[in-house]
Design a protein around this ligand. Structure first.
Ligand code: UDP
Length: 304
């Protein structure tokens, strides 16, 4: 996400300071940014410190986001969503910068309301395997609101729903990357549980436009859902679709489903449409085709 967002900003003439500690980020995703002289990069963990750069806008995307990865790194996930967010908010205050916080649909937990509107408070297990991420992001939102009301920091909260596209880590562990890698390798496609659970998938370029619109609009109160409401599918349907796109003979196999895995998820984007004049443009078919090419080159070794 960070490299795509940076590339879009650089192409429009912004000077960009990228920061990553590479806990789950990929070094090779910096390559396309290196040709821009106005791109700078620091390998820093924002839970510990932030670069001294004077900035106008902070996009805080730092955090593991894949369930297997944040469950491998629960402390780092909580750190970056607490101390990391606090440091960035303080930096935004010092620079009088705007900040966009990348929050998540996971703040809704396993939702009892469908589709999810921003006014829904969520259904989260505070001590379950997903809580480091869910509660971490909920805390990040609470902290952002506190800095906003008590210190006047202009922070905007994006609740991001499942996003996919080229440059994903093939070992990231999320559904789209797993299924493409399995499809292109001819390995079994691993559906967790019955596969009847649903997600709504947003292509990365749509999300980049959404995040930028959120940063650029004059005024926003409260969180804004960013995701694609027209692509809700069961995981089994996604498995079948990816098997077809990759022309694979992979079998679809059932494996154990993670505890507290949300049953249904689809964003209500009425607020984003109204406030940001934003809506996704890339259909699931188109997005999966573009992503398939990327994973094919990764699996066949023509790309690192
Ligand atoms: N999933 C699956 N097989 C996989 C990876 C994920 O069936 O190899 C399912 C998982 O159980 C969940 C959905 O796909 O219901 C989305 O999982 P993902 O990890 O991509 O993201 P989440 O939306 O849960 O954060």
């Amino acid at each position: 996400m960070g490299s795509h967002l940076s590339e879009s900003l650089l192409a429009d003439g912004w000077e960009v300071w990228g920061v990553d500690n590479f806990l789950t980020g990929r070094r090779e995703n910096l390559e396309p940014l290196r040709r821009y002289p106005q791109f700078h990069f620091s390998r820093i963990d924002v839970s510990r410190r932030v670069p001294r750069a004077e900035v106008d806008v902070i996009y805080h995307l730092a955090s593991p986001a894949s369930p297997p990865r944040y469950q491998e790194h629960p402390l780092e996930t909580l750190e970056v969503n607490s101390r990391g967010t606090a440091r960035l908010l303080a930096h935004a205050a010092a620079c009088k910068a705007r900040m966009v916080l990348a929050s998540t649909s996971e703040v809704y937990g396993d939702p009892e309301v469908h589709p999810q509107t921003e006014s829904y408070w969520g259904h989260v297990n505070p001590v379950g395997p997903r809580s480091c991420y869910d509660e971490g992001k909920r805390f990040s939102e609470a902290l952002s609101m506190a800095w906003r009301t008590s210190r006047g920091v202009d922070v905007r909260i994006a609740r991001i729903f499942n996003t996919y596209g080229p440059r994903m880590d093939p070992e990231d562990g999320r559904v789209i990357s797993n299924f493409f890698v399995q499809g292109w390798k001819g390995a079994p496609i691993t559906v967790q549980g019955t596969g009847r659970q649903t997600r709504s998938f947003c292509y990365v370029s749509d999300l980049v436009r959404g995040l930028r619109a959120l940063a650029e609009v004059d005024r926003v109160e409260g969180p804004v859902n960013l995701g694609n409401p027209d692509t809700e599918h069961s995981i089994l349907e996604i498995a079948e679709q990816i098997r077809e796109i990759t022309g694979s003979r992979s079998k679809i196999v059932r494996i154990t489903r993670g505890r507290d895995d949300p049953e249904r998820r689809r964003p209500d984007i009425t607020r984003a449409r109204k406030i940001l004049k934003w809506r996704p443009r890339v259909s699931l078919e188109e997005g999966l085709q573009l992503t398939s090419e990327y994973f094919r080159s990764v699996v066949q070794g023509t790309r690192r």
